[in-house]
Design a protein around this ligand. Sequence first.
Ligand code: SF4
Ligand code: MG
Length: 321
Amino acid sequence: HGLVKHFGDGKGLFTPQRPPVRAVDGVSLTINRGETLGLVGESGSGKSTLGRLILRLIEPTSGTVTFDGQDIATLSKSRLTQLRKRMQLVFQDPFSSFNPRMTIAQVLTEPMLVHGMGDRASRIKRAKELLDLVGLPSFAMERYPHQFSGGQAQRIGIARALSTDPDLIVCDEAVSALDVSVQAQVLNLLKEVQRELGLSYLFIAHDLNVVRYISDRVCVMYLGKLAEVAHADDISERPRHPYSQALMASIPSPDAHHELRTPLAGEIPSPRRPPAGCRFHPRCSQRIDGCDRDEPELLTIGSNSEARSVACHLFDPTSAR
Ligand code: SF4
Ligand code: MG
């Protein structure tokens, strides 16, 4: 809740000439049990930083993260270690997160060993079950990471994340490096595993097409803030924030009506000096008087899975969806 993360430049004090990077600048969100919450935005929008704050891999400048009713900032080291077991991360490049000299058996059993789960025989047994769950044969156990394709390696990355029996997996650009056909296979695998195990995902990607496919709800992030949060179908069919509309319009589509929408112009500004007022105003085709001065609040209509939140002066919460 109210998460803020400002980074320095490694040289110490912030000065007016070198202000901090406001990577995440006041974000509140909730991930429900068994849900996939998508987090989409261009690179530089603060998505990965937000994912790492939620896992407490980095400390927030301010704000709180609550997991299962516990404020994780106040937990002792040993309680945090226990909690870590229940939250895992799947990276974009599985190869860089594997030790190339470890066999897949070692890759998969290491997190269980770290968390003191079971004895050696039961860890090996669990590793084989996990390989089976992600659709790889058990002879993969004796192989090394480089002997696998990118898609297979990501399956192993998912199996490793599952090894500690987590409740939440943060997938950070987990399919972005894969070919489109392999992407679909890995996304479907994530969905199957979720159905079987009932876990939650925070699914982070720059590609809205991928995010809306896998997500129940989608958070659209721009320069460290949420622009819109809505059900995935609502984002697809009726995006309300001009930035969401621009992201939707940039998805290649055979439907002609998409071409009538305004594509996204220009580049994302530096999070070191976010624009005044609405951060999106320099790129917004719908900006009105005051957008460069007054910052829009994130306003919510509806409740639960029907809720929609939009941060834009054009959004009128009193009129229907
Ligand atoms: Fe565009 Fe103004 Fe809405 Fe920002 S507040 S998205 S500039 S219309
Ligand atoms: Mg990133």
